[in-house]
Design a protein. Structure first.
Length: 167
């Protein structure tokens, strides 16, 4: 599986950001100028991208927080992510839980797994757009607020502090 194969199937990629992989991404742009674009990070462009894209792709090796996917979901852009760190905490794979799925996830950090997940997204978008829209709506309705997070912490603390049976 290669980027060229995905491009041949209709995959288009806009990378908004800067980092250690800029040269790699710029190489993709040179190889596929009509299918891949790279722009420096800009908050306004990021919002427009999340609002106007079919999917948000984040194949992170490691991701402690996973804010980008939460922003994307808020804008109605279902994520396609490697389920690690904060991404695993916020993305529910549609195949694993059709009733509450809000994205597509894969577990192994391998190109083949990533390609398979992108193809799953493309297939759903094309063949089952109503399901893709349901996922987008679930993402938009998700509560990632600090109030919710604080409530989760309180549940844990109450459980820890609850009196237990006498030993």
């Amino acid at each position: 599986p290669s980027l060229a194969d995905l491009v041949d199937e209709g995959f288009r990629l806009l990378v908004v950001g800067n980092g250690e992989q800029d040269d790699l991404v710029d190489g993709w742009v040179a190889q596929h100028p009509t299918a891949v674009a790279h722009r420096p990070f800009d908050q306004k462009l990021a919002r427009l991208t999340w609002a106007g894209s079919d999917a948000y792709v984040m194949p992170s090796r490691f991701e402690p927080g996973g804010l980008g996917n939460m922003y994307a979901m808020r804008y109605g852009c279902p994520p396609v992510v490697r389920l690690t760190g904060g991404l695993a905490d916020t993305v529910i794979d549609i195949d694993e839980d059709p009733a509450s799925g809000n994205g597509i996830g894969f577990r192994l950090y391998e190109a083949a797994e990533f390609s398979k997940s992108v193809r799953r997204a493309m297939r759903l978008i094309r063949s089952h757009p109503e399901l893709w829209q349901e996922m987008a709506a679930r993402g938009m309705e998700s509560d990632w607020s600090w109030d919710r997070a604080a409530g989760e912490y309180l549940k844990v603390y109450r459980k820890i502090l609850a009196p237990g049976p006498a030993a």
